[in-house]
Design a protein around this ligand. Structure first.
Ligand code: ATP
Ligand code: MG
Ligand code: MG
Length: 355
């Protein structure tokens, strides 16, 4: 049985482990806070479910392993400065940006980037945390401890947000899932739909962009690219060198999930173009207690992460991949009273994509 170690034991690590079972891959997520040492063998592969980690006995041991796949990519993508620099180097479209240096002023940022400017901390941000808006020229100031620690981005007046999840094998072959349409509320992903026929004309551009990035990095495994659609074009928002929340629908809607695809690449097993079934939807469960009644909704496929429920925390998701859009809408109708009221907006958005 091949063994693959995963740096990180959150839900992504757990879902990699789950995906490894049918292939008899022994996937071992490792808690990044652990001070234990693990029986890592030289022939065993190491991957990660996150792009950054604290310095602990566990992370030191895993990161020092010669078969840590993509080790050089993590620091490049974990820092928004080097990530944006890479996107620029490859001439790929992204929101105009600049580094926030010691002497950078809010006025200078407004002058260069416009009225609305979004500061993003270089490292550690997720789910919209680590962001700060400058909205009013003349009145804004950059918070003290954000100098040297952030980049500034022009606010993009996008039409919608989408992402593409791709995979690359060690032989350089790339495959992609169809574009996923995403709804983020206050910086946090709440719902996804894929595939959608109306987005098919953007697929080639998305694949070309993510393919160029993965090739440049000589990347092996699954990578996600979040984008803004502006008219008929895509601007890259950010990249994640790992399986991604917006790809969770592939557990229901594709013959090879993003988790299996990542494991296949890391384990040097064959990759092929995944077969995609009907349109899938994913509802993210954020800061809400588990409700077993979700399981009574026809077609609902629940993943409950078993984490302590806290406001704003991702604690599970529900996938649907039904025969037709009408059935999916009916299922969402049935789900609605079983979710907090703020989900009405999410379910309305999902239903509207299925019209
Ligand atoms: P994730 O949880 O996806 O890792 P994150 O905290 O790393 O998120 P981003 O993806 O950079 O942050 O931004 C979160 C959300 O904020 C985006 O999905 C988008 O809705 C909004 N946003 C980010 N950058 C911009 C921008 N330049 N203009 C307008 N909105 C933006
Ligand atoms: Mg992010
Ligand atoms: Mg994001």
């Amino acid at each position: 049985m091949s063994r693959i170690w995963v740096l990180g034991a959150g839900q992504l690590g757990q879902m990699l482990k789950h995906a490894g079972m049918p292939l008899n891959l022994d996937v071992r997520p490792v808690d990044i806070e652990s001070e234990e040492t693990f029986p890592l063998q030289p022939h065993e592969q190491v991957t990660a479910e996150r792009e950054q980690w604290p310095d602990t006995a566990a992370t030191r041991q895993l990161a020092a392993h010669p078969a840590f796949v993509n080790l050089e990519t993590f620091p490049i993508l974990a820092d928004r400065f080097t990530q944006k620099s890479l996107i620029d180097k490859l001439d790929l479209a992204t929101a105009p940006w600049q580094l926030v240096e010691t002497d950078t002023s809010a006025d200078a940022l407004h002058q260069k980037l416009g009225e609305r400017v979004l500061l993003k901390r270089r490292t550690g941000g997720y789910d919209g945390r680590g962001q700060h808006w400058l909205r009013e020229p003349g009145l804004d100031a950059i918070p003290d401890d954000w100098h040297e620690q952030a980049i500034a981005e022009q606010a993009i007046d996008f039409d919608e947000e989408m992402s593409v999840v791709g995979m690359r094998g060690a032989d350089g072959q790339c495959f992609f899932y169809p574009l996923t349409l995403n709804l983020h509320v206050n910086g946090i992903l709440l719902g996804s739909v894929a595939p959608l026929a109306r987005l098919a004309h953007l697929q080639a551009e998305a694949e070309q962009m993510l393919g160029k990035l993965m090739n440049d990095l000589d990347y092996v495994g699954v990578m996600a690219m979040e984008c803004f659609r502006v008219g008929d074009h895509l601007l890259i928002n950010e990249l994640a060198p790992r399986v991604h929340n917006s790809g969770h629908w592939t557990q229901a809607g594709a013959n090879i999930s993003q988790f299996e695809a990542h494991l296949r690449a890391v384990a040097r097993l064959p990759l092929v173009q995944p077969t995609v079934k009907n349109t899938s939807v994913m509802v993210n469960l954020v800061g809400t207690e588990r409700n077993d009644a979700w399981l009574s909704v026809p077609g609902a496929e629940l993943y409950w992460y078993g984490k302590e429920v806290r406001p704003g925390r991702k604690v599970g998701h529900i996938n649907f991949c039904l025969d037709n859009h009408a059935d999916t809408k009916t299922a969402l109708d049935q789900l609605q009273p079983l979710l907090p009221v703020n989900y009405v907006q999410v379910l309305n958005w999902l239903r509207s994509q299925l019209d």
